[in-house]
Write a protein that binds this ligand. Structure first.
Ligand SMILES: [Zn+2]
Length: 685
C-alpha cells in the first residue's frame, strides 16, 4: 500500500492536512467531532508514515508541525508576546556540546583559561507558557503559539496550584515568568484510564495530555485536570534585579514557583556532561517526562552580547537524550526520483513501534549509505528515531561473510535513462533531465510550492494531469492556463469556482517576489536564503542572467559582484553560469519573463545610522570578536561584507589593518575605529 509515487504521496499529504485540520477544528473549537478518535488517530498515523517516507514533501501546514492546532483556528484569544518565546538549538553528543562552548568563547573573545559559568537543568516535556505579572498580580497567561503570538489561557491556569496568583513584595513591576505546564506520568495514566472508562479521547503521551487540558475553551475542563508548572526563565521584565541566570532562577523560586530540582551551575564541559549523565540515569525514576538537559550561559551580560540566531538564542542549548531504537526486518528497498533527478533509496520495514510511533519506512539516503550499512532486503536492522527526526537505520544485524551487495540501479526507474554519480558526488542522478517525467513534474511542483511562488490550488495530481495533457511544459505555461479555462472545466472534478480560484491564484502572482521566483527555478545551490541574498544585492531579476553569463565568460568584475555578497561563493556563481549556459533554460527564462513583471527587490531597513549600508570590519578588534561585530551590524540593518569595494559604505578598522584600509582610503570610504563603532551600536540601542 506504500508503493506510492511522489505525486500521489504529495496529494495524499495535502488531503490529510486538510482533513486533520478540519477534525481538529470540529473537536476543539466546535466540540462536535464527526469521526471516532480511532479514525482520527489513523489519519495522524498515516500522515506521519508518509512524511517519514517522503521527508521532502512535509508541508508547511503539516499536522505534525502543529502544537495541537493552529492559533488562527483556536477558540482562545490571541496574545502577542512582548518578548519572543524562543526555541532552542539541539545537541546530540558531547562533541556538539564542546563545539557550542567553544563557539561562545570565540564569540565573546574570551581566553582559554577564563571560565564561563553555565547552568544546567532537565528539560521537561510539556507546553511552554508565559505568565505576566503586573504590580505582583497575575494578569495574563499565554501559550507559546508560534513564539510571537500565543493563546490566552489566563482563566485556564487559575487552577494550577504551582502558579501563584500574586507575587511577594519587591518583584519587578512588570515581570513575565516562563516555564512548562506539564502532567506527571502517574496523573497521565490515571487520566487516560478515566477517559477510557468515560468513552473519551485518549492522549498519546503526557505532553499531549497537558496541551489538550490547558488549551480548553471551557476553563472548567482544565480545572479538573491535574496540571503542574515549573519555571525555567523569564520574558519581559521592567527590571532584571540579578546578574546571572542562576540568581534569577533562585529569585523566581522564592516567588513561589517550582524550578528544576537539578538546576546547577558549572564551568567546565566535563562537569556539564557528568550532570547530564546523572540526570539520564535517574530519568526512568522521575515522575515526569524529560527529553534532555538545557544549558545556559550564566552571566546575563554575556547572554545579551551573544544574542540570537534566527529563532534560537546563542547562549542556550538543549542536550537531547539518545534516540529510541528498535529492531525490525528490512523488507524491500525502493528507489524514488526527485526534482533534481536524485535517486533516493527508501527502506520498507516490517512495522515496528519506536518511541510510541509505528514506523514502516526509513530513508537510506544514498548508494554510499547502503554500502556502508551493507543492507539488503531481508536483513534484520536497528532503526532509531529522535524527536522529530526522520527514522533511520543505524545498524545491520545480518552479517554474512559471503553475499552479493544490493545492486543500486544504473537506470532511472521512472524514465529508463542512465543514472550516474558525478565524480566526487555521492548522489546518483537520472541523466534524463527534460525527458524524465518525474523530474519535470517535480520542478513544476517546486515552482508553485509555498516557499517559491506559493500558488494555491496546484496539487501534485493537478500538475501531473496538466503535464500529461501537454498543458504544462514549463513554468510560463502556468500563466497561459487562463486560455484553457473551458478545457480545465471539462475535466472531472473541476467546477466553475475551483477553476476560477486556480486562475485567480495564478493571476495574483503576475508580479511575484523576485527572490521566491529565483528560488522556484530550482537552480543548483540557489536555495531560499541564497536567492534572497542575490536579489538583495542585484535588485532586478532580469539582471541576474547577464551577470551570470558575464561571470561565466570570464568577466572578473561580474564574478566579484556576486562573490562579494555575503554567503555567495564560487559554487553559486558557477551554478548560475551553467544554468544560463543551457539554451533550454534561457528559453524557459525568457518565456517566463514575458509573462511576469516582478517588482524591484528591496529589503526593509531598520532605523539606524547604518541601516541599509555595507560595513566591512578589518584588523584586530579588542572588545569583541569579528562574529559579534558582524551580528551587531546585521541587527542594525547593515550588511557585513568581507571585502572592500566601491559599494562599501563604512570601514571599521582595528590595529593591524592592512590592504583593506588602504583600498578604502583610495576609494574615499568613511573609516572609523572600534570605539567609533561601539558608539554607533550604543546610540542605536
Ligand atoms: Zn529519469
Amino acid at each position: 500500500m506504500n508503493n506510492l509515487t511522489e505525486a500521489e504521496a504529495a496529494n495524499e499529504l495535502m488531503r490529510l492536512a486538510k482533513a486533520i485540520a478540519k477534525h481538529d477544528r470540529l473537536y476543539h473549537a466546535e466540540d462536535d467531532p464527526e469521526i471516532s478518535d480511532q479514525e482520527y488517530d489513523a489519519l495522524v498515523r498515516r500522515n506521519a508514515e508518509l512524511e517519514a517516507l517522503f521527508p521532502h514533501l512535509i508541508r508547511e501546514d503539516s499536522p505534525s508541525k502543529k502544537v495541537g492546532h493552529e492559533i488562527a483556528a483556536s477558540p482562545l484569544g490571541k496574545v502577542t508576546h512582548e518578548v519572543r518565546m524562543m526555541s532552542l538549538d539541539n545537541a546530540f553528543n558531547r562533541e556538539e556540546v564542546e563545539e557550542w562552548a567553544a563557539r561562545i568563547r570565540r564569540f565573546l573573545s574570551l581566553d582559554e583559561c577564563e571560565p564561563v559559568a553555565i547552568t544546567a537543568e532537565d528539560k521537561i516535556d510539556g507546553l511552554s507558557c508565559s505568565l505576566r505579572y503586573e504590580n505582583g498580580k497575575l494578569v495574563r497567561a499565554a501559550t507559546r503559539g508560534d513564539g510571537q503570538v500565543g493563546e490566552d489561557v489566563t482563566p485556564n491556569v487559575a487552577h494550577i496550584a504551582d502558579i501563584p496568583q500574586e507575587l511577594p513584595e519587591g518583584v519587578p513591576e512588570v515581570f513575565e515568568v516562563r516555564g512548562e505546564v506539564y502532567m506527571s506520568k502517574a496523573d497521565f495514566t490515571a487520566l487516560n484510564a478515566a477517559q477510557e472508562e468515560a468513552g473519551g479521547k485518549l492522549f498519546a503521551n503526557p505532553r499531549n495530555a497537558a496541551a489538550g487540558s490547558l488549551r480548553q475553551k471551557d476553563a472548567s475542563v482544565t480545572a479538573k485536570r491535574p496540571l503542574k508548572f515549573w519555571a525555567y526563565g523569564w520574558g519581559a521584565a521592567s527590571e532584571v534585579p540579578c546578574e546571572s541566570q542562576h540568581d534569577m532562577m533562585r529569585m523566581i523560586e522564592r516567588c513561589g514557583f517550582p524550578v528544576s530540582p537539578f538546576l546547577t551551575v558549572s564551568d567546565s564541559v566535563d562537569a556539564m556532561i557528568a550532570h547530564y549523565e546523572e540526570i539520564g540515569r535517574r530519568r526512568p525514576d522521575l515522575d515526569y517526562e524529560i527529553d534532555g538537559v538545557v544549558y545556559k550561559v550564566d552571566r546575563l551580560d554575556y547572554q545579551r552580547r551573544l544574542g540570537f540566531v534566527a529563532k534560537a538564542p546563542r547562549w542556550a542549548l538543549a542536550h537531547k537524550f539518545p534516540a529510541e531504537r528498535a529492531e525490525t526486518t528490512l523488507e524491500a528497498i525502493d528507489i524514488q526520483v526527485g526534482r533534481t533527478g536524485k535517486l533516493t533509496p527508501v527502506g520498507r520495514l516490517a512495522p515496528v513501534l519506536v518511541g510510541g510511533v509505528t514506523v514502516t519506512n526509513v530513508t537510506l539516503h544514498n548508494r554510499d549509505e547502503i554500502e556502508r550499512l551493507g543492507v539488503r532486503p531481508g536483513d534484520r536492522v536497528v532503526i532509531q528515531r529522535a524527536g522529530d527526526v526522520i527514522p533511520q537505520v543505524v545498524d545491520n544485524l545480518t552479517r554474512e561473510a559471503q553475499r552479493d551487495p544490493f545492486a543500486f540501479p544504473d537506470k532511472c526507474p521512472e524514465c529508463g535513462s542512465e543514472a550516474v554519480a558525478e565524480e566526487g558526488e555521492v548522489d546518483v542522478r537520472c541523466t534524463g533531465g527534460l525527458i524524465c517525467p518525474a523530474q519535470r513534474t517535480q520542478r513544476l511542483e517546486h515552482f508553485v510550492s509555498r516557499k517559491a511562488l506559493d500558488i494555491d490550488g496546484f496539487g501534485s495530481k493537478t500538475i501531473a494531469q496538466f503535464f500529461a495533457l501537454g498543458w504544462l511544459e514549463s513554468p510560463a505555461d502556468i500563466y497561459r492556463l487562463k486560455d484553457r479555462r473551458d478545457e480545465v472545466l471539462a475535466l472531472e472534478g473541476w467546477q466553475d469556482k475551483s477553476v476560477d480560484n486556480l486562475l485567480a491564484a495564478v493571476e495574483n502572482k503576475r508580479r511575484p517576489d523576485a527572490a521566491r521566483l529565483l528560488f522556484g527555478l530550482g537552480i543548483r545551490h540557489v536555495g531560499e536564503v541564497t536567492a534572497r541574498d542575490l536579489m538583495k544585492n542585484v535588485h532586478e531579476l532580469s539582471a541576474i542572467r547577464s551577470i551570470a553569463e558575464r561571470a561565466r565568460a570570464g568577466d572578473e568584475d561580474a564574478a566579484a559582484e556576486l562573490t562579494s555578497i555575503d554567503g555567495i561563493g564560487p559554487s553559486v556563481v558557477e551554478a548560475l553560469g551553467d544554468f544560463f549556459h543551457e539554451p533550454h533554460n534561457v528559453a524557459v527564462w525568457k518565456d517566463l519573463l514575458g509573462q511576469i513583471d516582478p517588482p524591484r527587490y528591496e529589503v526593509e531597513t531598520r532605523d539606524s545610522p547604518v541601516a541599509g549600508k555595507t560595513v566591512v570590519f578589518t584588523g584586530k578588534l579588542e572588545t569583541m570578536s569579528r562574529d559579534e561585530a558582524k551580528a551587531q551590524a546585521e541587527r542594525l540593518g547593515a550588511k557585513a561584507s568581507g571585502s572592500v569595494s566601491a559599494k562599501t559604505d563604512l570601514l571599521v578598522a582595528g590595529p593591524g589593518a592592512g590592504s583593506k584600509l588602504k583600498k578604502a582610503q583610495e576609494l574615499g570610504i568613511e573609516t572609523i575605529d572600534e570605539a567609533g563603532w561601539a558608539k554607533i551600536v550604543a546610540e542605536a540601542g
